[in-house]
Ligand binder design. Structure first.
Ligand code: CA
Length: 362
């Protein structure tokens, strides 16, 4: 790689992450005409649409159907959470246990731990293949988390492996001529190490097998756990973009409030390429008249070269008095984030397309 190529890549990298596949080439190639996505000026970026567990607002989270719909609705990235089985397979699930999204209690009675939950790491991949996956319910009350979403007692969905999600994504990229990326999250690495699994090593084995290598791989790796991101960057020399997820308070001994301070962001910039904060760390208050108050987090992070991809936009679970377009306007236009996790990729896609068509008319 010559110096010019390297420089272009460095300059374009945050932009490339935020742009759709269609606009990516022209954004990074000065000799070509800018397309509609960037024609309104150099400061205009198209925020990345990150399909949170697939189009999970419409179909059971993490199902093949949900990912396929997210792809069809114009997502830029498909986002799987990852946990590991007893025999070391990376599977696409949010919880460490199976009880909220599968029929494990009926299928494998007597396998729960003392807390009454059935843990993924206690089951083999072959056993998980026997489960019916369904819309998220509360494990004890059996009530749906989001009652208006896909009925939990309907449909036949199955747990996917990471490899299967990648094959779906890359296959659709081939048949539809797009370049949709993946955005895997490593869930609870310390729990997996306690059971003898090295999540980072398992993830990289799968990613390398499917050609996701280097900083231009159409992949972003995220975790709430700084240690696993540092392992990837410093011990395994992984150049794929890394995003530090940030929540509130302290969990598992990790002080997320400290990450928000200037020194915390400085520290993140040494091992990661971006942050994924809870969106209420950006819109910190909504007053009685419905007006938002913003933190400086987006500019503080971007000033350090970090991209900002907050979570989560849910069109069907909004704060009182706030509609979907208003929340999108706050995050995508007023605060200027580089992308957003969403359960409804179509709603975010429509907002972005409307906004960019208005700007090209201006
Ligand atoms: Ca996630």
């Amino acid at each position: 790689m010559n110096a010019n190529t390297s420089l272009t890549r460095l300059i374009c990298r945050p932009v490339a992450l935020a742009l759709t596949a269609l606009s990516l080439l022209s954004a990074c190639a000065p000799e070509s005409e800018p397309d509609a996505a960037v024609s309104a000026g150099s400061t205009v970026e198209r925020p990345a649409i990150i399909a949170h567990r697939g189009a999970s607002g419409y179909l059971p989270e993490h199902s093949q159907a949900a990912f396929t719909l997210a792809y069809a609705q114009g997502a830029d990235y498909l986002e799987p959470d990852l946990v590991m089985t007893a025999d070391g397979a990376l599977v696409v699930l949010h919880d460490l246990y199976l009880d909220a999204v599968t029929d494990v209690r009926e299928r494998f009675p007597g396998r729960a731990r003392e807390d009454g939950l059935n843990y993924v790491v206690d089951f083999t991949l072959a056993e998980l293949r026997e489960l019916r996956m369904h819309e998220r319910i509360e494990p004890e009350s059996r009530e749906q988390r989001y009652p208006a979403r896909f009925p939990a007692d309907r449909g036949r969905f199955q747990i996917m492996t990471l490899a299967e999600l990648i094959e779906l994504t890359q296959g659709l990229n081939q048949t539809l001529g797009r370049d949709v990326g993946i955005y895997p999250e490593l869930k609870y690495p310390p729990h997996h190490s306690d059971h003898g699994h090295d999540m980072a090593a398992a993830l990289m084995a799968v990613l390398e097998n499917y050609g996701y290598v280097g900083q231009d791989a159409n992949c972003v790796i995220q975790s709430f756990y700084p240690a696993v991101l540092k392992q990837l960057r410093f011990e395994m020399d992984v150049e794929i973009p890394l995003v530090q997820l940030i929540t509130t308070g302290t969990h598992d001994g990790i002080d997320y409030e400290a990450m928000l301070a200037p020194e915390g962001l400085d520290q993140i910039a040494t091992y990661a390429d971006g942050i994924g904060p809870y969106w209420r760390l950006i819109v910190t208050d909504i007053d009685a008249s419905g007006s938002p108050r913003f933190s400086n987090l987006v500019s503080e992070a971007q000033d350090r070269g970090l991209i900002v991809h907050p979570y989560t936009f849910r069109a069907d679970a909004l704060p009182d008095g706030v509609d979907a377009d208003t929340k999108l306007e706050w995050l995508l236009k007023d605060s200027g984030v580089n992308g957003l996790f969403t359960d409804q990729p179509d709603v975010m896609r429509a907002f972005i397309d409307d906004t960019s068509s208005q700007q090209s008319v201006d």
